[in-house]
Design a protein around this ligand. Structure first.
Ligand SMILES: O=C(O)CCC(=O)C(=O)O
Ligand SMILES: [Fe+2]
Length: 222
């Protein structure tokens, strides 16, 4: 496993945060290359590949709580929830803490929690077009994805396609899953899809949540 120098958990400075906030306001999504420190990405990649090699990932499903089900025809990744177990995880979660603070300060989003999982898409896997949160069950507010593969060839597939908020058939961006690239978008309104990958694809998907306990019922995080 690659050692991570704690000095490297470069905090997100205003040069990075300001364009992200502006893009979220203007179009509902943001993508930045080399957004997260390369050495931290490498350590997170090593951690995920070790979990994959030890068969320590869980097949991902759709829906939460009692509605949870495995649908390989919809999504084919395997996941592991971040639990602060390792230094790289804690560094990434601290970075997302900085982003949460900024989003609350700048946009009054009232985000109170960040949940995230490693995701490993084997060759051939995909995730069909979807939104991450349903209106009315306000829970996930801002979605994030950090890509971890050190190299990604142009013909590797596995791009994330983003679609227009008001015209879900219109593709507005296609993002190569290359280490350091960070995407975020509004969870309730931005349709997106993972195109079939030709290579094992490594990422961390995460969500900033608002407290959505309704009528005394606990809203399950997962
Ligand atoms: O990995 C990606 O590019 C997106 C993953 C995604 O949409 C999800 O996990 O909800
Ligand atoms: Fe998604």
């Amino acid at each position: 496993m690659t050692p991570v120098n704690s000095a490297l958990a470069a905090p997100l400075d205003n040069d990075k945060l300001a364009p992200l906030v502006d893009a979220l306001v203007e179009c509902g999504w943001f993508v930045g290359e080399s957004f997260i420190d390369a050495e931290l990405c490498q350590a997170l990649y090593d951690e995920l590949m070790t979990l994959a090699a030890h068969d320590a990932l869980d097949a991902a499903g759709i829906g939460r709580g009692k509605q949870h089900s495995l649908r390989r025809d919809i999504r084919g990744d395997a996941i592991h929830w971040l639990d602060r177990e390792t230094l790289p995880q804690r560094q990434y979660l601290a970075t997302m803490g900085t982003l949460q603070h900024e989003l609350n300060q700048a946009l009054y989003l009232g985000l109170f929690e960040f949940e995230a999982h490693f995701a490993h898409y084997p060759s051939g896997a995909f995730y069909k077009k979807h939104v991450d949160s349903f209106q009315g069950r306000a829970n996930r507010v801002v979605s994030t994805v950090l890509y971890l593969n050190p190299d990604w060839p142009a013909n590797g597939g596995g791009e994330m396609a983003l679609f227009d908020i008001s015209d879900p058939e219109r593709e507005v961006a296609r993002i190569l899953p290359r280490a350091g690239t960070f995407a975020c978008f509004l969870s309730e309104t931005v349709p997106h899809e993972v195109l079939p990958t030709r290579l094992p694809r490594a990422s961390i998907a995460g969500w900033f949540r608002r407290n959505a306990s309704l009528g005394g019922l606990i809203d399950p995080a997962r």
